[in-house]
Ligand binder design. Sequence first.
Ligand SMILES: [Zn+2]
Length: 225
Amino acid sequence: MFKNLIHLGFPNNCVGCSNALVQNEKFICSSCFFFLPKGELKIDKTSESSQILVDSPYFFGASHLFNFDKNGKTQHLLHELKYKSNTKLGVYLGELIGSDFQPFLKEIDYIVPVPLHPKKLYQRGYNQSEILANGISNIILKPVNTDNLTRIKNTETQTKKSKKARIENVKSAFSIMDTTIFENKNILLIDDVMTTGSTLVECMREIGKSKGVQIKVLALARAIV
Ligand SMILES: [Zn+2]
């Protein structure tokens, strides 16, 4: 009975392998966690993730927590977060990102998730990047800003598109409402999956309209295309 009480409202099986979790494990068991393919633990312009993003005066480096393994555990986690409404898992993954990258995030002023178009937000009920941002905020204690960078174009899904088609698809998809809000601020831009980087480049172009802004980018996972 006490066991049931302890686990009340808390999933007690691993989202990676479905085995029962033991004490101190949350969502992912130690074994699955050990085998999750990890990204680089640094945020600067020399990182792998930074190489796919267009360099600009306001860009200060990118990184990601996991490498995307098709049909593997990272894909499973992303599926839970994106399509299964597992927002508690999303907050937890955000907290993992926040804890791992904390030393590189001391000067951040705002955490900004890649926005969804209002129509898509209505359909899904939540923005998965915002859920991750909330988790990061729990750790680094900086505010999440969701109303200054907006998505004005309801783009088609990028999943099956070529790099060139992706760039065209997200062109002018975002808009900054007030450039003074991010003026001289350090922004942490958050995405769930980084693929060709075209979405992030478009977001940065808009945020970059603010004078003296500095942008760092973090994604939960990076997929190699
Ligand atoms: Zn597991």
